[in-house]
Design a binder for this molecule. Structure first.
Ligand code: CO
Length: 135
């Protein structure tokens, strides 16, 4: 039920193409994919880095979670995603710990993965995403 890897660190940006170009110029790499994720109101680019990834996120509109984040706080780190082998078991474990989940059921995330968000109140004001990936 526990996380076994940092799947990605997500950074919210205004202009995805510009951010991808800049990230590649500064740090290298190539995006694995760029995908519109309707359920999260974002377009995301996933850049592999070692066994993990950097996820660049741009909002589909101002009235989306990432759109509101950008207007309130500006660009920056939005969430950290932990890889779990069994997302249903991980959610059940967290609920059992009395944790408030944003998603009590997994939803469709980028790259065909099942994902669920844990409320920032659960740990250090940090938005944590669970991503189901075979261990
Ligand atoms: Co993410």
């Amino acid at each position: 039920v526990f996380a076994y890897n940092v799947h990605h660190v997500a950074i919210a940006v205004h202009d995805l193409d510009a951010a991808v170009t800049r990230h590649i110029a500064l740090f290298g790499g190539e995006p694995l994919y760029t995908e519109e994720v309707e359920s999260q109101g974002v377009t995301e680019a996933m850049l592999p880095m070692g066994g993990s990834h950097i996820q660049l996120l741009a909002p589909l509109g101002p009235d989306t979670p990432v759109g509101r984040f950008l207007s309130k706080r500006g660009e920056g780190i939005h969430h950290v995603a932990y890889a779990v082998a069994d997302i249903d078991a991980a959610i059940a474990h967290l609920l059992d710990q009395g944790v408030e989940m944003i998603d009590v059921k997994p939803r469709a995330g980028g790259g065909g993965h099942k994902v669920a968000f844990v409320h920032p109140r659960a740990f250090a004001g940090t938005l944590v995403e669970l991503v189901e990936v075979a261990e």
